[in-house]
Design a protein around this ligand. Structure first.
Ligand SMILES: C[S@@+](CC[C@H](N)C(=O)[O-])C[C@H]1O[C@@H](n2cnc3c(N)ncnc32)[C@H](O)[C@@H]1O
Length: 205
């Protein structure tokens, strides 16, 4: 059994995790709206963006994007730099795509403090944890199967690859009331799409 290597995640994990989703369109439309309102480039932090980052090239080129991802060595092309959780400047927008469920409670609670006044934090998560076994495809071809088991609030995930590798990692399930509690002094908007929830957190001061 191997532990997940986030540097190779996009080459190995199922197509359905990697492919574009309505969340990406939502992020693009918020960036476009913030550019329009400010009439200038904005400063964006992507948390857990992985090797290439998830902000589309069109928007990452035009704005000032930073990556916060402790498990990735290099800064993605088009991004300005990599930062750590102790970054000491503030952002107009923070985006977290497919990574919220790896963050600790302390990390989550620190995010609003990284926003400029009236800044936005946008992230996706899943509405309810789903257990079971399903086949997985990579580049449109059968590549193995994945299993998920819930233990307390942790989803234990295993990827069983046709080449014999088994890769495991843990995903933390946060309920919607826990999430609301993390951001109790901010304005929270939630949109749901199948089993995904998209949150927009607005710093009120
Ligand atoms: C499932 S991948 C998502 C990658 C990319 N955002 C995407 O949507 O394809 C999760 C990402 O979260 C990052 N990550 C895990 N724990 C983290 C933490 N505590 N702080 C910041 N990033 C973290 C991993 O390195 C990985 O790049």
């Amino acid at each position: 059994m191997k532990k997940i290597d986030w540097e190779t995640y996009k080459d190995i994990y199922p197509d359905r995790y990697i492919k574009k989703s309505p969340f990406d369109d939502m992020v693009s439309s918020y960036i476009s709206m913030l550019n329009f309102l400010s009439q200038m480039q904005i400063v964006i932090l992507e948390i857990g963006g992985g090797i290439n980052g998830s902000i589309s090239e069109e928007y990452s080129k035009y704005n000032h994007c930073y990556l916060l991802d402790p498990f990735i060595t290099n800064c993605p092309k088009e991004y300005i730099d990599k930062v750590n959780w102790d970054v000491n400047f503030k952002f107009d927008l923070i985006v977290c795509r497919g990574a919220f469920n790896y963050l600790s409670i302390n990390e989550i609670k620190s995010i609003v403090g990284l926003l400029k006044p009236k800044g936005l934090f946008i992230f996706n998560t899943f509405s309810s944890p789903s257990e079971g076994t399903r086949t997985y495809e990579k580049d449109g071809l059968h590549a193995g199967y994945e299993t998920t088991i819930l233990e307390k609030n942790i989803l234990k995930h295993e990827l069983h690859r046709d080449n014999g590798d088994i890769i495991s990692h843990d995903i933390i399930f946060y309920t919607s009331s826990e999430i609301e509690g993390f951001f109790e002094h901010s304005l929270i908007t939630k949109e749901s799409n199948n089993n995904s929830d998209y949150y927009i957190i607005r710093k009120t001061k």
